[in-house]
Design a protein around this ligand. Sequence first.
Ligand code: GSH
Length: 241
Amino acid sequence: MGGCEVQAHQRDTKGVITLYYLASPNGRKISIALEEMGLSYELRPVNIFENETLRPEYLEICPNGRVPALVDALPSGEVVKIFESGAILQYLGRRTGLFYPTQSESARAWVDAWVIWQMAGLGPMAGQKTWFLRAADKPGRDPGETSLAIHRYNKEVTRLYGVLERQLAGRDFICDEYSIADMACWPWVEQYGSRDMADSDAFPLIRAWHARIAERPAVERAMQLGVDAIEVPQGFPGARA
Ligand SMILES: N[C@@H](CCC(=O)N[C@@H](CS)C(=O)NCC(=O)O)C(=O)O
């Protein structure tokens, strides 16, 4: 492990999946899914702080130059490469038939909707809010440069937390059964909890849901992965300040 150089992927049963990873909210969605699904994989830490995501060989896998990305060398010889954590979660769900409904179109559509909700809403809004909060903390920063953005993103994140809180009323998980939708959302709530919101009494169902998932053995294992490989700054939201 280490570095983000791309190696030839062998067609064996062990380590056919390579996860390009940082111990960040988006990376953890995928390590949680892999651990929950019991798949074997090789973890390849990618140091975004040293621009490893911008290397040509990495951009071949992830044209967007971000982590996570995943390469799956199938026994047939087909090599699947995927970027965008939501697409990776859906792929792993299809691959295993786990935590992603395969029989019912209505159930799968609902899980997809919540995965996209996280990808288009909770993740970007919480990420931007945290980015501006960190920027505002920088010594000498004029508060006028960040206050409107913090106000805007805080309002939107609060609204999104309200959406999630309502969805959790009367159910243990976002789509009744534990699914990739929970895996998509949970690391962002985990991340964001340190910045005031999830600890708030305003969202008791989110807090209980968060605790329920935190104690799953697969999640505990995933949270330990790669933490020593690359140091992630405190409060890192998924994009550099
Ligand atoms: N929508 C993308 C976002 C990925 C993303 O922003 N990843 C962060 C780490 S959590 C990253 O690679 N940041 C690199 C940078 O800011 O240069 C996904 O969900 O995969």
